[in-house]
Ligand binder design. Sequence first.
Ligand code: ATP
Length: 264
Amino acid sequence: MYQQGDTVEVVRLLSVRKAYGKDRAQVLALDDVTAGFARGTFTAVMGPSGSGKSTLLHCAAGLDKPTSGTVTLGGTDLSVMREVELTKLRRDRIGFVFQAFNLLPALDVEQNVTLPLRLAGRRADPAFVRRVIEQVGLGKRRHHRPSELSGGQQQRVAIARALVTHPEVIFADEPTGALDTRSAQEVLSLLRDATNVSRQTIVMVTHDPVAASYADRVLFLADGRVVDELRQPNPDEVARRMTALVARTEQRSPEGPWLSELTR
Ligand SMILES: Nc1ncnc2c1ncn2[C@@H]1O[C@H](COP(=O)(O)OP(=O)(O)OP(=O)(O)O)[C@@H](O)[C@H]1O
């Protein structure tokens, strides 16, 4: 693993490029991205629409392969791994919280939460599973199906499912996008606890400056590049930098003037 000062970088992207499509239709979603994510830290990734946030998350999590450059997780280079090995690594060491909660409708809360353990052939410790479900505030809903839960409750099931394998890294893509303020705060506090209490590493894509302020730092992307970084973020400063970034991107983008005309 990479040592930087006294921190250990659990995930590292080195000169990562990701191109979609071919020739004139080619889009460079990531353009020479180098970034490290240290153990026990919480990073928010922000940027205008289309700046490459989800692509960065997918490449970092081994869900998508970079066109060039390397991604290492715990010192292992993902590009040289076969698909079976990658699947096992994702199952054992990574937790995912995406906006479409991907809960199985026929399973109740407890069964959804323990699914990753069962898929990995690991026995679920009932006391631990109960504690995780209680931690996300669903102790009384253990035997409810997803359709019997609110959006916020479903998102909390997805978080419990990500926490139950005790992964080194949790990747979250807009985990609070569909939630009301109170549920969003609960979800963000759970993610914060995972870093503070269990030294897990969180990488979260968000559009929301308040959500980003729960992180230790914010990486700002524009046109597939990391263009800015803010440590100990507060919502006002995050919002200020985002506004400046969006204005800069719109000015350069051929669609920019069109959009401004339309919204004037
Ligand atoms: N599968 C794909 N095929 C072709 N182009 C893609 C694909 N996935 C993403 N892109 C393009 O890559 C660029 C980055 O997309 P990405 O989804 O990473 O951006 P984002 O910052 O997450 O955007 P948003 O905030 O709108 O979700 C965009 O221009 C997008 O159109």
